[in-house]
Design a protein around this ligand. Structure first.
Ligand SMILES: Cc1cc2nc3c(=O)[nH]c(=O)nc-3n(C[C@H](O)[C@H](O)[C@H](O)COP(=O)(O)OP(=O)(O)OC[C@H]3O[C@@H](n4cnc5c(N)ncnc54)[C@H](O)[C@@H]3O)c2cc1C
Length: 464
């Protein structure tokens, strides 16, 4: 009898897994259950669809006929309510039960709308699915002012697309700077510049208290400080949570997401999880606000999960990517914990390359634990691997063809003496001297520079 593979979710992870399963096992039955009404589409391109740069046909990646040709059984508008591992069944919203041999949970994330009055008004929108994007496209025709409550990739996408459509956009930012859970300070500032350059008004340290309505429609937002903003479109739900509700109470282990091994196996036999809903058991970084919701990672994990479901040795996805996007035509990649501020055992090396390109490497002790690359796609792939493997400084420097990447050392903690490289006179360099300090040899008057790398100190002749 053929194996029945059941996949819950038809996003990047679910779709990739379905294709891989069919390719590897032509006799298997592959069923994909999704609550959405469209076949697989490019979720990360919804902003381009809203801005009118892509048509519906261009966003939808695979037609229903193509599923039929590949004998992939696609069940649209089919919500799963519960996974039942002991019975090897999933329970649908209509009460039907579907039996599986192997199950993949690839349910992605849910938007978390703010808990404030007025979010049920017409004109208040989330922007997670193609259906919702169609709705926002319909609403936007009558909109002059929009308010985006919060940040995140959805908030960014919306701000860029709405501004491109000529809508006056105000974005409410909870903290002092944009998206600190994902971006380091320098990258936040660059993103803020791009948004403000496009005409988006950023209100920092501002949260919404109420969505104001008239006649059942949104007309504005009242902030927690009592300010009133005009807005006929209010975008909510920029914050996200892994969609784990269908495994709650099933015995499958969860934390923020569904806990998985490197091979994406869950704690239940024959049940796998992949994409945004999956949380690596070993991960240190999957806190409530710094999870990785990322297309590239979900896509890669779909392939890994399929291998596991086929009982093949599954190489781990080696994906440390947390965000890869294009913002106003600039590439932005955040890998691992690229956002961490320097301090304690964490050192950050910032490498601007002209005004447009910026790289930041984050080391914890000797291991590369994160990177941010802005303005170029170069070295992103390499850095993704290096972060996933927690490569040491020397390997990072070699791989990227850099001088060995070192953070700027602090001032010298002790007083030390060295000889002048010209006349050999002894020179005392006092503690607190910074690397690069200029001094003059008291014996031969040669101009010298103090070199200090955090461990060793030496003197060079200054060359103008
Ligand atoms: C507007 C927008 C812009 C984005 N831009 C970027 C970007 O630039 N770069 C980037 O890396 N990422 C971006 N993302 C995030 C990216 O799309 C996700 O990380 C990626 O889609 C995750 O894939 P996934 O397969 O894990 O889940 P998803 O693509 O979210 O798919 C989940 C699937 O599960 C289904 N599902 C959920 N619950 C159930 C249930 N109970 N029953 C049945 N079906 C269910 C859903 O219908 C859906 O088909 C963006 C997301 C949005 C919304």
């Amino acid at each position: 009898m053929s194996t029945h593979f059941v996949i819950i979710g038809n996003g990047a992870a679910g779709y990739r897994a379905a294709k891989a399963l069919r390719r590897a096992d032509s006799a298997a039955q592959v069923s994909i259950l999704t609550e959405e009404r469209h076949p697989f589409y490019l979720r990360r391109q919804l902003g381009e669809f809203l801005a009118g740069n892509l048509t519906l046909g261009e966003v939808i990646f695979q037609s229903r006929n193509a599923y039929r040709r590949e004998r992939l059984d696609l069940f649209l508008m089919t919500r799963v309510e519960q996974v039942d591992p002991p019975a090897h069944e999933v329970v649908l919203a209509n009460g039907e039960r579907v039996r599986y041999d192997r199950l993949l949970v690839a349910t992605g994330t849910h938007a978390v709308p703010p808990d404030i009055p007025g979010t049920d008004l017409e004109g208040v929108a989330t922007f997670d699915t193609l259906t919702q994007a169609q709705e926002v496209r319909r609403l936007v025709k009558d909109v002059r002012d929009a308010a985006i409550l919060g940040e995140g990739i959805v908030g960014l996408t919306l701000a860029e697309s709405l501004a491109a459509l000529g809508v006056r956009v105000t974005q409410l930012v909870r903290g002092e700077r944009f998206w600190p859970e994902m971006l380091d300070e320098a990258t936040s500032a660059r993103v803020e510049d791009l948004l403000e350059g496009a005409g988006v008004t950023l209100l920092r340290q501002t949260e919404a208290r109420t969505v104001i309505g008239a006649g059942g429609r949104a007309i504005g937002v009242e902030t927690a400080a009592g300010e009133t903003l005009r807005a006929e479109l209010v975008a909510v739900g920029c914050r996200r949570r892994p969609a784990i509700d269908i495994v709650q109470g099933s015995g499958i282990q969860v934390r923020q997401g569904i806990l998985v091994s490197d091979a994406l196996r869950t704690s239940a036999a024959d049940v796998f999880a992949a994409g945004d809903v999956a949380e690596p058991t070993e991960s240190e970084e999957f806190g409530p606000d710094d999870a990785a919701f990322c297309w590239q990672r979900a896509w890669a994990q779909g392939g890994v999960a399929a291998a596991g479901m086929l009982d093949r040795r599954a190489e781990p996805a080696l994906e440390a990517m947390r965000l890869r996007t294009a913002l106003f035509g600039r590439d932005l990649a955040v890998i691992g914990r690229g956002h961490l501020p320097a301090g304690g055992s964490v050192a950050a090396v910032e490498m601007p390359d002209g005004p447009e390109v910026f790289r930041r490497l984050v080391f914890q002790d000797d291991a590369l634990v994160g990177a941010v690359v802005f303005g170029t796609g170069e070295s992103v792939h390499e850095l993704n691997r290096l972060v996933a493997e927690r490569a040491g400084r020397r390997r990072v420097a070699l791989a990227l063809g850099l001088q060995e990447a070192q953070p700027a050392p602090g001032p010298m903690p002790t007083t030390q003496a060295r000889h002048c490289p010209i006349c050999a006179a002894e020179i005392v360099i006092h503690y607190g001297t910074a690397a690069g300090a200029a001094i003059r040899c008291p014996a031969c008057s040669t101009d010298l520079v103090v070199r200090w790398d955090g461990q060793n100190m030496w003197l060079d002749v200054s060359r103008p």
